[in-house]
Write a protein that binds this ligand. Structure first.
Ligand code: BES
Ligand code: ZN
Length: 625
């Protein structure tokens, strides 16, 4: 069975078939992906049949993954694995195949399988191990209802390989079917056709007939219920959450209609959302047909549903036309933020969209300042160079907000009508394909900029640092009013006399971000006593407020801070709060103390970031801090 393993040598861009048609190619092409060991130009998987059992007690997934393979007579196929135990590999007729696991790196271990006689299929028997980074196994107390365990997966960027052996590159697409066995009191759902009711035997079957990249394969298992919200939309959640969630997301069907009328038909049949337990590390994840969402967007007033618009928009930008490598991440997120903003404008109006845009821009300014002063200032470029690094490190607000700003500038230059027609054509012509930055720019030039005779400083936007000076920003009258109230408060008007009665979440966030520096106990109490920030049910407002509480040592909020950090695992909230605590001696001690008991509740992607920030090594705190 043994043969020498040759380390993977980066292959150059490989083009299959003819694809030289003026950069508007529709032919299949593979680009070298520095974060996968797959060699798709030699042998590529086209379909996956998964047959797995989920053991909630042992915290293990075990079963078989069978693949259809397309190759031009290659004798080997390479799959990505990370922390998987490979038990057996056979060809599609069940005869043993020769295989080997290569050396372990931060990308995992390549599984190299010999393809006898031009074989077009293999079957791998495997099980996951305890550290599987995609998986978060939750005990009943970590769930909303507190009665059953829960499991969810998070694949993006390179974590699917920790629960399925796979060619884990966003440039490689497969269809999949799955048969998943779970304890009969639980329900399983995937990024595929989904059940709406529990089965008696705990066996669920899934189909995903549209080809998707591996990072979009997702599974959740829990005591779930389903509520319909519209003809194509519905929500899954635990019993105590499901009605609240259905109410909160009632605009989903309208958003879908708005999205379709902007950029063409929704290609995935249903659009459902699952509300996960609060340790979910992201706001949302665009798993096709089934967005995974944090419960922290359920504010009770539908004010945080732009996140649904965002994940839905990925059904076009990201899931239909996919970044070819993680260096092209801005093609996923920048387009999605642009599209999200357009959906929000259509459903909630211009004021909303403008405020949303400005808050995003404030995030960008802060992120660019931080990255520029750090170890990798080149991460402020849209087109990234993440080879040799965990791609997660480069996934910052730059891709989102600078990407959005670039598209907004193009819209302004060519006019909205032309830009919308261009985007509709882009999604249509490139559907179910991957896209590189170079190919997008060639397409943009051919289809839009040259015909419209528009000049743009593309190199500065795409390959340059920071925020280009020709960025276009909206003005928001509502924010001007908030600024006036901020001035009044700074000049001595008590909080209770400020005009805040018609403020929405966006205005509150702008207010909190605009507070003057160096607030004292009296000022913090005036704000808190009047507006009740410490006990707000709006997690965006709470997180923004808690940053000030840390900065100005407002002790009355510390219990809430501790409670928030030990239940919520959403990285976007955690990082700024822990970062703030790192700024003072007292804060550093508090951060280590909270992290020590909160850490077991966090998903690996949050742990990964926070271990670095708080200098944990091998599951241990720093000796001195
Ligand atoms: N695809 C991302 C989440 C993600 C990014 C996972 C990078 C892994 C690596 C998702 O669409 C997203 O952007 N979520 C945001 C929501 C938002 C910008 C409205 C989040 O989680 O905060
Ligand atoms: Zn996104």
């Amino acid at each position: 069975m043994k043969f020498t393993f040759l380390p993977y040598l980066a292959s150059l861009v490989f083009l299959l078939g003819s694809c030289q048609d003026k950069g508007t190619s529709t032919a299949e092409q593979y680009v070298m992906d520095p974060h996968s060991c797959a060699r798709p130009e030699e042998a590529v998987i086209t379909h996956l049949d998964l047959d797995i059992k989920v053991d909630m007690e042992a915290k293990r997934i075990e079963g078989t993954a069978s693949y259809a393979i397309r190759s031009e007579g290659a004798s080997l196929i390479y799959l990505d694995t990370d922390g998987l135990e490979i038990l057996d590999v056979a060809d599609k007729d069940g005869a043993p195949a020769k295989w080997e696991l290569g050396d372990s790196t931060f990308l995992g271990r390549p599984l190299k399988v010999e393809l006898g006689n031009g074989s077009d299929g293999i079957k791998v028997t495997y099980r996951t191990t305890l550290g599987a980074k995609a998986l978060q196994w939750l005990s009943p107390v970590q769930t909303a209802d507190g009665t059953h365990p829960f499991l969810f997966t998070q694949g993006q960027a390179i974590l699917t390989r920790t629960w399925i052996p796979i060619q884990d590159s966003p440039g490689i697409r497969i269809t999949y079917n799955a048969r998943v066995t779970v304890p009969s009191e639980l329900m399983a759902v995937m990024s595929a056709s989904n059940p709406q009711e529990r089965t008696a035997d705990g066996v669920y079957t899934f189909r995903m007939d549209q080809p998707i990249p591996a990072y979009l394969i997702a599974l959740a298992v829990g005591d779930l219920e389903f509520r319909s919200m519209g003809p194509r939309t519905g929500v899954y959640a635990e019993r105590s959450m499901v009605d609240k969630a259905a109410w909160e997301f009632a605009d989903t069907e309208r958003m879908l209609e708005a999205a379709e009328s902007l950029y063409g038909p929704y290609r995935w049949e249903r659009y459902d959302v699952i509300v996960l337990p609060p340790s979910f590390p992201f706001g949302g994840m665009e798993n096709p047909r089934l967005t995974f969402a944090t419960p922290t967007i359920i504010a009770g007033d539908r004010s945080l549903t732009a996140l649904i618009a965002h994940e839905m928009a990925h059904s076009w930008s990201g899931n239909l036309v996919t970044n070819a490598t993680w260096d092209d991440f801005w093609l996923n997120e920048g387009f999605t933020v642009y599209f999200e903003n357009r959906i929000c404008e259509a459903v909630y109006g211009k004021d909303f969209a403008q405020m949303h845009h400005l808050l995003g821009h404030q995030d960008l300014v802060a992120t660019v300042a931080r990255i520029s002063a750090g170890e990798h200032p080149e991460d402020t470029h849209l087109h990234l160079h993440l080879e040799g690094r965990d791609p997660d490190e480069g996934m910052t607000d730059v891709a989102y907000e600078k990407g959005f700003a670039f598209l907004r500038l193009i819209e302004e230059k060519v006019g909205r009508e032309k830009f919308d027609a261009f985007l509709r054509g882009y999604f249509e012509r490139n559907a179910f394909r991957s896209m590189t930055t170079e190919r997008f720019l060639a397409y943009l030039d051919d289809e839009l900029l040259r015909p419209a005779k528009v000049q743009l400083n593309i190199a500065e936007w795409v390959d340059g640092p920071g925020i280009p000076s020709d960025i276009i920003l909206p003005t928001s009258e509502r924010f001007v009013k908030v600024d006036q109230e901020l001035d009044r408060w700074s000049n001595g008007t008590p909080a209770k006399d400020l005009n805040t009665s018609d403020w929405t979440t966006h205005e509150w966030l702008h207010f909190l971000r605009g507070l003057p520096a160096d607030l004292d106990e009296k000022a913090m109490s005036d704000l808190d006593g009047t507006f009740g920030f410490t006990r707000t049910g709006n997690n965006e407002i709470l997180a923004a407020w808690l940053e000030h509480c840390i900065a100005y040592d407002y002790g009355s909020a510390y219990e809430r801070l501790d409670g928030f950090l030990t239940t919520v695992g959403r990285r976007k909230f955690l990082v700024p709060l822990y970062r703030r605590m790192q700024e003072t001696e007292k804060g550093r001690i508090m951060a280590q103390d909270i992290y020590a008991h909160a850490r077991p509740n966090y998903h690996s992607v949050s742990v990964n970031t926070l271990d670095e920030l708080l200098r944990w090594k091998d599951n241990k705190p720093p000796v001195a801090f």
